[in-house]
Design a protein around this ligand. Structure first.
Ligand SMILES: Cc1cc2nc3c(=O)[nH]c(=O)nc-3n(C[C@H](O)[C@H](O)[C@H](O)COP(=O)(O)OP(=O)(O)OC[C@H]3O[C@@H](n4cnc5c(N)ncnc54)[C@H](O)[C@@H]3O)c2cc1C
Length: 378
């Protein structure tokens, strides 16, 4: 069979490699560099999968796909190409080289051994009859099977009039109504971020980073996924600065601080958090740093404790730099091998499918697994 793979990202390269075992494969790449996006993943280290379970990691149940190719199969797939990996304390899998380039290199070596051809041009249309005619600005070629792995670029879907769920940005920093400039650059570790959105509450524990007009960090990226899936970036965010403390214990701890040799609220707060956070908490409560220790009331302590447990922000939008897009060709239109139910021998893999996952290697896992399934299907 003559197989065309459109897109040379994580999914396209794996699909092309799997298809090339028994077929004549050509990969079309709009980028000059093959596997370009893989190189920026995991801060250049490529978090290629995760050994922890997949529960709640995706926008939908993918167990029927993962029963056939799991995260462990992704690891063996890459091991067989020569890539050695390690697993960190949270189950995230990285190449031992700590370089995403190694992932691209082993894929390209294997593709070259299987004589896969490349066309470095953007595909502008795909005509289909019994066979497919793949068209670029200077090139036209016919194929028996086409795998579309174009990430979140929807031009071809529009051109081919293929129905899909509109894309929205996920794993993205979020903008707040509040001006957070005074907190910009502060990184909070071991906090709990609670998103209240459409009558539901989502909690993520870990790190939050303040930006000029919003919040970032892995907790926030993961919470953004729930907003992206509804394409609605209006929500309430509460940061629990001390999730290990119950409210009662926090009141006790704050009460004990009144017994210290301190003269005002500024000194009362000093030693709790970064002083910009201390200032922000008092600002929200309209309390002066100068307020004398003798004037601090039980109500003040209670309000400070409530704010420490629920530092409030109004989410109003997202930033532009994202890791994945939510949306794409819906799974109900695809077979268990990712073949489009309405056009025989046309497949979709990776991010172009309406599958999005949280941080931790889940998106690449989907890109690889869907690429394997579509590439191998004859
Ligand atoms: C900064 C960053 C860090 C990330 N880190 C991680 C991580 O550590 N772990 C993880 O699991 N996920 C991570 N992700 C997400 C992950 O990169 C994606 O889920 C994954 O790359 C999707 O693979 P894909 O092959 O579907 O799409 P892509 O990798 O986007 O590849 C699609 C390719 O198709 C090409 N293309 C598009 N249209 C055409 C056309 N018409 N003709 C020809 N070619 C075309 C594009 O140029 C592109 O090269 C990260 C993403 C970003 C941006």
């Amino acid at each position: 069979m003559r197989v065309a793979v459109i897109g040379a990202g994580a999914s396209g390269l794996v699909a092309g490699l799997c298809a090339s075992k028994n077929n004549d494969v050509t990969i079309f790449s709009a980028d000059e560099k093959l596997g370009k996006k893989i190189l920026v993943t995991g801060n250049g280290r490529c978090n290629l999968t995760n050994t922890a379970g997949f529960k709640d990691a995706y926008n939908q149940d993918l167990s029927s796909f993962f029963e056939r190719y799991s995260n462990l199969d992704v690891i063996s797939f890459f091991n067989n190409l020569g890539l050695e990996v390690y697993v960190d304390s949270e189950g995230r899998v990285y190449p031992i080289s700590n370089s995403a380039q190694s992932v691209v290199d082993v894929l390209l070596n294997a593709l070259n051994k299987n004589n896969v051809k490349y066309v470095y041009e953007k595909v502008i249309s795909i005509k289909h009859d019994e066979i497919f005619k793949v068209v670029t600005n200077t090139h036209e070629e016919v194929f028996d099977k086409v795998i579309i792995a174009t990430g979140s670029e929807s031009d071809l879907l529009d051109e081919m009039k293929i129905k899909y769920k509109p894309f929205s940005l996920s794993l993205v920093a979020l903008k707040t109504k509040e001006n957070t400039q005074s907190l910009s650059g502060i990184r909070l570790s071991n906090v709990a971020a609670r998103l209240s959105f459409m009558d539901k509450t989502y909690v993520e524990e870990g790190e939050v980073l303040f930006k000029d007009k919003g919040v970032s960090g892995i907790c926030i990226f993961n919470l953004s996924a729930y907003l992206a899936r509804e394409n609605n970036y209006n929500a309430k965010l509460y940061i629990d600065l001390l999730p290990k403390f119950s409210f009662e214990n926090l009141i006790l701890m704050l009460g004990n601080r009144l017994k210290l040799n301190i003269k005002n609220l500024y000194e009362f707060m000093t030693g709790l958090f970064n002083k910009k956070i201390n200032w922000y908490i008092l600002k929200i409560l309209n309390l002066s740093e100068e307020k004398s220790i003798k004037e601090i009331t039980e109500k003040d302590i209670e309000n400070i404790a409530k704010t420490i447990k629920n530092l409030p922000f109004n989410i109003v939008n997202h930033y532009e730099n994202y890791q994945v897009k939510s949306g794409g060709v819906e799974l109900c239109d695809l077979t268990s091998n990712l073949e489009y139910k309405h056009i025989k021998n046309l497949y979709f893999t990776g991010e172009i499918v309406d599958v999005d996952g949280l941080c931790g290697g889940y998106n690449l896992t989907w890109a690889f697994v869907s690429g394997m399934l579509a590439g191998e299907d004859d």
